[in-house]
Design a protein around this ligand. Structure first.
Ligand SMILES: *[C@@H]1O[C@H](CO)[C@@H](O)[C@H](O)[C@H]1NC(C)=O
Ligand SMILES: *[C@@H]1O[C@H](CO)[C@@H](O)[C@H](O)[C@H]1NC(C)=O
Ligand SMILES: *[C@@H]1O[C@H](CO)[C@@H](O)[C@H](O)[C@H]1NC(C)=O
Ligand SMILES: *[C@@H]1O[C@H](CO)[C@@H](O)[C@H](O)[C@H]1NC(C)=O
Ligand SMILES: *[C@@H]1O[C@H](CO)[C@@H](O)[C@H](O)[C@H]1NC(C)=O
Ligand SMILES: *[C@@H]1O[C@H](CO)[C@@H](O)[C@H](O)[C@H]1NC(C)=O
Ligand SMILES: *[C@@H]1O[C@H](CO)[C@@H](O)[C@H](O)[C@H]1NC(C)=O
Length: 842
């Protein structure tokens, strides 16, 4: 028993530092520990802040999923490093070329010096179009892109990331708008009859359009295509002659015709526009969607450059047909979203498949980073305004009836498009992604937005992308994901190769600790990550139970023999196959023992600390560190506190020191007392001994004369104080007496460094002197005065009474109306009668 305790105590001392950490975060300790309830490794690491211990030697009742920050119960071993699985988020930059700076300079690890020269030379002398491969040589020639492909508008470009579930991680991304970024503009024109005047105007404005755009970028390319509608009833009249010439001076109707590949040759643009012939159709909406789909998907024919701002201007004065409308003409095959152009640039599948839907167009636009600009006449704006909101990066503007404002319109739209950036991503729903940016306001607050406006060439916008795996997908194949972050309308991306850390390596069959039907699991389960994963029909920690066994009476082994309550597993666990599985507790607390009868948290506490912080709790009892004792380890075994300074003896030799307090002996005469047991049972205080000296030294009174005082009182000199207050710490003794003048005086004394220190009251408390004669005279005077007052009151009363009686008498006398000589009861004998009817005059 004892060696065991000693080793415990050693373990405890070595982990004292940890206890200190524990004590610092009590509020965190009380919070619910989310880890302990996780039964296996992958659920554990899908919980933030949890780690898994797959140490085969870990005590079986201890949860394997733990919080590394708090798993520091001092009397338990830590999970060894090599058996802990606690992956961190890992980010590494795969490609991080620096952003292209304004003024055509190229920085960056990726760009070679040669290409940098090529680019800067070409941008400064684009008109010559001779040396640089990036310059446009006009006509239908190929685009060489070695120069412009070095433009970098997004940094970094590729990141690989390993992310734990439910832990958000932020990556940072910069966007800039490079100077002289190539612009591709494909003009898609509705050439139904009503657009004839627009066509004329556009052919005149072609050069102006090119100049204006070339002012913005030297790498401007222009292309042209036109559309009417499907050549089928009811869209187009199919009367044979109408199929040749639907209206006077019109060309045969067609669905879509690509007429000019993207090129720098603007003369050719004007020419092609002039050459294009208008055609005629029947219904109001046109087949614009067919044309848009082809213009986007036929990348090679149209000549879209890889790195360029791609504008698709759709100018029309009518509405549009969309998916489903094809049925009117008996076309039921849905649009396949592929390119179908013949060598002459005609759309071959016009009458074979339906119009595309809005979402098909949107998907293609997103994939190809194309900005559609709808330039429509005023009467159609409401339709296209709605359409715009369903297509990423689309915008619309009002075209004058003859298209005369087209140049201004395109310039404005381009500027609007290029002066803003909107970040998008294609992550799956397993991820939550938020964009934060300050836009151009470097000192402003981070806003939760993916858009910034008013960006000029050279401005750098920093985006913070906050990613979090909200839920691990069911299929392990989906744990790897490639996510693209891209600005709308620009073919540049930040690619994130994401690996979600949703499972543990030790759960893989190739792990060294992985064993199918392992003997540890009673051959009924797979041993992995330190636990048994039981086969169907078996269960228990080590798969020791089967469904047959559970029907037998197994509770007996779970009840502690002789326990008063008779509860299974002491009520703190569950009985599984005759063995107790104790409840898990938070953090470092633990319930254990074969019947869950023990725990390490219900020991005596002192000042709120378990075992006073000087021991560990084992099964309800504190095991104290060396130097400490007591039930709660609150007693220091150090003896200094008990040593009497008068004689340097522990408790003056009359007691034992316990917990820094002297416990004094009891002898036949009684008990020693005092802090150091220095007072013998029969000794009284030394107050009596000191009082005469205090009296003569302080107040020059008392039995000693001056000479005697000097001679006898050498032990101390009292220190005068205003009021004596006993200082318990110094073990002061307080004394108080009344002297012959009936004055109270008090003093205290204690022993220090070989002599007594006495502090005495400076002035005695004497009763105030009483003036006796005054009191007597006062009393006599008061008695006399009182007597006089009573007499006066009596006199006052009688006088008032007399006055009132006299007044009454006077009143009665006044009321007597008779003569003083008349008898009031005498009645005259004569009577007088009057006749009321007699009217005689008197
Ligand atoms: C253009 O290229 C030439 C070499 O072909 C080089 O000497 C010159 O410095 C370059 N110009 C710029 C502006 O980089
Ligand atoms: C155009 O591209 C084709 C193949 O992509 C290539 O064979 C040809 O040489 C290119 N033409 C020019 C002028 O670069
Ligand atoms: C973004 O640009 C700032 C300077 O404007 C730079 O400090 C930062 O490192 C850049 N971040 C990335 C991811 O390139
Ligand atoms: C091009 O810009 C210059 C000034 O930067 C201006 O004078 C000129 O008119 C612009 N040309 C066009 C066609 O807008
Ligand atoms: C975008 O650019 C990459 C090269 O950076 C290219 O492979 C890809 O085809 C381009 N995408 C589009 C739609 O042009
Ligand atoms: C996002 O786009 C990239 C490139 O198109 C693709 O490889 C990736 O699979 C997409 N990611 C998702 C989650 O769809
Ligand atoms: C199970 O064992 C207990 C204790 O021995 C006994 O009291 C109880 O009757 C038994 N129950 C059954 C179903 O055998």
């Amino acid at each position: 028993m004892w060696p065991n305790l000693e080793s415990l105590a050693n373990a405890l001392i070595s982990s004292l530092v940890l206890t200190h950490v524990l004590a610092q975060s009590p509020e965190q300790l009380t919070a619910q520990n989310p880890c302990i309830s996780k039964p296996n490794c992958h659920e554990c690491i899908q919980t933030p802040s949890c780690a898994w211990c797959f140490d085969p030697k870990r005590e079986s009742e201890r949860p394997r999923c733990f919080q590394p920050a708090y798993d520091i119960n001092p009397n338990q071993e830590q999970c060894p490093e090599e058996f802990t699985y606690n992956p961190d988020n890992i980010m590494s930059l795969v490609s991080n070329m620096a952003l292209t700076e304004a003024h055509g300079k190229i920085g960056g690890a990726g760009g070679t010096i040669e290409s940098g020269y090529a680019y800067s030379n070409s941008s400064s002398s684009s008109s010559s179009s001779s040396s640089s491969s990036s310059s446009i040589s006009g006509g239908e020639s190929n685009w060489s892109e070695s120069g412009s492909s070095q433009i970098v508008q997004i940094a970094p470009q590729r990141i690989s990331l390993s992310l734990r579930a439910r832990q958000s991680y932020s990556i940072f991304m910069n966007y800039t708008q490079a100077e002289d970024y190539p612009v591709d503009l494909y003009y898609l024109m509705d050439l139904s009859k009503s657009m004839a005047d627009d066509k004329e105007k556009l052919s005149l404005l072609g050069d102006q359009l090119a100049w204006t755009m070339r002012n913005i970028t030297s790498k401007f390319a222009l292309g042209f295509g036109s559309f009417v509608d499907k050549v089928r009833m009811p869209y187009v009249s199919t009367v044979p002659e109408n199929l040749i010439q639907p209206c006077p001076g019109c060309a045969a109707p067609y669905g879509y015709r690509h007429m000019m590949r993207l090129s720098k040759d603007t003369c050719r643009f004007s020419m092609m526009v002039k050459q294009a012939e208008v055609s005629g159709n029947l219904d109001a909406p046109e087949g614009g969607f067919d044309a848009i789909m082809q213009a986007i998907t036929c990348r090679d024919q149209i000549g879209w450059r890889q790195k360029a701002r791609r504008l698709l201007v759709v100018s029309t004065d009518a509405g549009f047909h969309y998916a489903g409308d094809g049925k009117l003409g008996g076309i039921v095959k849905p649009n396949d979203g592929e390119c179908h152009l013949d060598t002459n640039g005609y759309y071959t599948h016009s009458s074979l498949q339906d119009y595309p839907s809005v979402s098909q167009i949107n998907a293609k636009v997103k994939k190809n980073s194309i900005n559609i600009i709808f330039a429509v006449t005023a009467d159609k704006t409401s339709v296209y305004e709605q359409l715009k909101s369903h297509i990423e990066g689309a915008s619309f503007a009002t075209l004058s009836s003859d298209s005369s404002n087209i140049v201004e319109l395109i310039k404005n739209q381009y500027q609007q498009i290029s002066s803003s950036v909107e970040m998008r991503h294609n992550a799956s729903s397993a991820l939550s992604i938020k964009f934060f940016t300050r836009c151009l306001n470097k000192d402003g607050a981070l806003m939760n937005t993916n858009k910034c406006g008013n960006i000029r060439v050279g401005d750098i916008v920093n985006f913070m992308i906050q990613m979090e795996v909200v839920k691990c997908p069911k299929d392990p194949k989906d744990w790897r994901e490639t996510i693209e972050f891209y600005p709308v309308g620009i073919n540049e991306t930040l690619i994130v190769d994401l690996e979600m850390l949703c499972s543990c390596p030790c759960e893989q069959p190739d792990s060294p600790n992985y064993e199918i039907n392992s003997p540890i699991c009673h051959n009924h389960g797979t041993y992995k990550c330190g636990i048994c994963d039981c086969n169907f029909g078996s269960f228990g920690r080590y798969c020791e139970c089967t469904t047959e066994k559970i029907s037998q009476n197994t509770t007996r082994g779970c009840i502690q023999p002789g326990s008063p309550s008779g509860l299974e597993c002491s009520g703190r666990g569950s009985c599984i196959c005759g063995r107790c599985e104790c409840e898990a507790r938070g953090y470092s607390e633990r319930i254990y023992g074969p019947y869950c009868e023990c725990d390490d948290f219900s020991c005596e506490r002192h000042n709120g600390q378990l075992c006073s912080g000087h021991g560990v709790c084992d099964c309800g009892h504190c095991i104290c560190q060396a130097g400490w004792s007591g039930n709660n380890c609150g007693c220091s075994e150090a003896k200094e506190e008990c040593v009497n300074p008068e004689n340097n003896e522990v408790c003056s030799g009359h007691g034992i020191c316990e917990c820094g307090v002297c416990k004094c002996q009891v002898t036949s005469e009684g008990r020693y007392s005092g802090r150091y047991c220095e007072k013998c049972p029969t000794c009284s205080d030394r107050c009596e001994e000191f009082k005469d000296c205090v009296q003569c030294q302080m107040y020059e009174t008392g039995p000693f004369s001056k000479a005697e005082c000097l001679e006898k009182c050498k032990l101390f000199t009292p220190i005068p104080v205003d009021k004596v207050v006993v200082d318990e710490k110094k073990n002061e003794i307080s004394c108080a007496f009344y002297d012959e003048d009936n004055c109270r005086y008090a003093f205290v004394y204690y022993f220090e460094a070989g002599h007594f220190v006495v502090r005495a009251q400076e002035h005695r408390d004497c009763p105030p002197k009483v003036f006796l004669l005054g009191i007597i005279l006062g009393v006599v005077a008061a008695v006399v005065l009182m007597g006089l007052a009573i007499v006066l009151l009596w006199k006052l009363y009688t006088t008032l009474h007399d006055r009132r009686e006299f007044a009454k008498f006077e009143k009665e006398r006044m009321m007597a109306k008779w003569d003083t000589g008349e008898n009031p009861i005498y009645k005259q004998a004569t009577s007088t009668f009057k006749n009321p009817t007699y009217a005689g005059k008197s």
